[in-house]
Design a protein around this ligand. Structure first.
Ligand code: FRU
Length: 505
């Protein structure tokens, strides 16, 4: 496969060719991360869905594997789902092994006229740790006549398996239980929460440590349901939200009535948590938006569409509860992708400019830590801006944080002209992203950012607010400017800019 195109991410996973959407079946076993994904190997838009497969030892450096699940019949596609490791052979598929792997997913049937037929839940098992699968000969394991019933995610809860699955257009997350992964019993529904959009998709449920915001110590644990919905997101298209609460193996109850978004930007959908990761759960999302995923210029220019987000480790904060998303540094660290230090500077108000035209990957990691901010004295002009430009074309990607005022962070991709499709441009050039930062106006503030050719990911305040942003410049962006302006006296800003190594080289 060719990963050299100027829009091709170098530290994010993208498929060799063809169209990718949701991450599927992610699990971690014996030192290997397995990522499956919704894959159309024969087109540049959704359709003909298979499960593609890639593996990684560090979460950043991926190797492509043969397609893992093919459509079992004509007009029947393999939709999203999950994987568990059946270490105790509850299924009976693995009499002589403790590393048996079972995939649980949706089979979506299509009628001759192209309309959707029934969606049912099915399983397949693997004796070789997820490289090859056999379909169970008595599928489906959950039958239905509905054309909108999909995306099972299974976890282990004490003595049984628990599944969340979407009755998409009824805005219901069904919870089922099983002891053998073959026979499933309906247990409860979690209904009509949060942003509905036109449909719910890809529910997840995961146990997460709750940490003290200052010390980082684990003080509790809670369950989180993440739920994707589309169309109808605040900025248009698709979005993922989450709910914090308790789970007793059959029922989920929410902590409060809040709807929290995983990202403040537009391009993180259908995120899934890895099965088999202890401690802070790790997830990866599909870094795109159904509003334009099938039109982005990587298709015509380079023969592929869609990349995944970086892996993110996650925890909950006790005060002002939210998920904090962090670049993964517990199981492994960012060392496999970190290249050279290009600049470090500590300043008050001022700026740092780096020309990175010579960085072969065209990808950077940037960190800025701001301390000693007198929040009461910050004004609407007190900003920390990160701006990327292409001197060759004059295009730019602007982003920044306002320390005063209510709408703290913006990303403006309206100054990029990498496309000639009017529909796409119109949806893509949305400038501002907003979130409520009232709980985060403190004396110190931090941004971590990765720019990777056609992707920009930012983590603010320990990842309590995060955003994944696609961008398509006609010429590579090669200059970055980090500027602090009108910060109140006493503020200190330390900036570090690193090159990233290509994981595909
Ligand atoms: C979400 C989704 C899922 C479905 C899959 C099909 O993006 O629509 O609900 O299983 O994509 O590719």
């Amino acid at each position: 496969a060719n990963y050299t195109g100027p829009l091709r991410p170098q530290v994010h996973y993208s498929p060799p060719t063809g169209f990718m959407n949701d991450p599927n079946g992610m699990f971690y076993l014996n030192g290997v991360f397995h990522l499956y994904y919704q894959y159309n190997p024969t087109g540049l838009g959704a359709g003909n869905q298979h499960w593609g497969h890639a593996t990684s030892k560090d979460g950043y450096t991926w190797g492509n594997q043969p397609i893992a699940l093919f459509p079992p019949e004509e007009k029947q596609y393999v939709f999203s789902g999950s994987v568990v490791v059946d270490a105790n052979n509850t299924s009976g598929f693995f009499p002589n092994q403790t590393n048996g792997v079972v995939a649980v997913f949706t089979l979506a049937r299509y009628n001759e006229d192209g309309s959707g037929g029934p969606q049912t839940q099915a399983i397949a098992y693997s004796h070789d740790e997820g490289y090859t699968f056999q379909y169970y000969d008595r599928n489906p394991v959950i039958n239905s006549t509905s054309s909108q019933f999909r995306d099972p995610k299974v976890i282990r809860y004490e003595d049984h398996w628990a599944m969340v699955v979407a009755y998409s257009q009824e805005f219901v997350v069904g919870i089922f239980t099983s002891t053998d992964l073959k026979q499933w019993t309906w247990a409860s529904n979690f209904t009509n929460h949060g942003l509905l959009g036109a449909q719910y998709e890809c529910p997840n449920i995961v146990k997460m440590p709750v940490r003290d915001r200052d010390s980082g110590a684990v003080v509790d644990e809670k369950y989180v349901i993440t739920l994707s919905a589309q169309p109808g997101a605040p900025l248009g298209g698709s979005i993922t939200q989450y709910f914090i609460g308790d789970f007793n193996g059959t029922h989920f109850s929410t902590l409060d009535a809040a709807t929290r978004l995983t990202d403040f930007a537009k391009d993180n959908y259908a995120a899934q948590f890895f099965y088999g990761v202890e401690g802070n759960p790790i997830s990866i999302g599909w870094a795109s938006n159904w509003q334009y995923a099938q039109q982005v210029p990587t298709g015509n220019n380079e023969g592929w569409r869609s990349a995944m987000t970086l892996p993110r480790a996650s925890y909950l904060t006790k005060a002002a509860p939210r998920i904090g998303w962090t670049m993964v540094d517990e199981i492994y660290d960012t060392a496999p992708i970190l290249g050279e230090s290009l600049a470090t500077k500590t300043m008050g108000n001022g700026s740092v400019t780096v020309d990175y035209a010579d960085v072969a990957s065209n990808a950077l990691y940037i960190e800025a830590n701001v301390t000693g901010i007198d929040v009461a004295k910050a004004t609407a002009f007190s900003t920390l801006n990160l701006t990327f430009t292409s001197p060759a074309s004059g295009e730019s990607l602007r982003s920044g944080f306002y320390f005063g005022g209510d709408n703290p962070f913006f990303v403006d991709r309206g100054q990029l002209r990498g496309f000639d499709n009017v529909f796409f441009t119109d949806k893509f050039s949305v400038a501002d992203v907003y979130y409520d930062s009232s709980a985060d106006k403190t004396a110190s503030w931090r941004v971590q950012a990765v720019i990777d050719r056609s992707m920009y990911e930012v983590f603010l305040d320990g990842g309590r607010h995060a955003g994944t942003v696609l961008l398509y410049p006609t010429q590579p962006l090669t200059m970055v400017n980090v500027a602090a302006r009108d910060l109140p006296a006493g503020a200190r800003v330390s900036v570090a800019v690193w090159s990233l190594k290509s994981t595909w080289a």
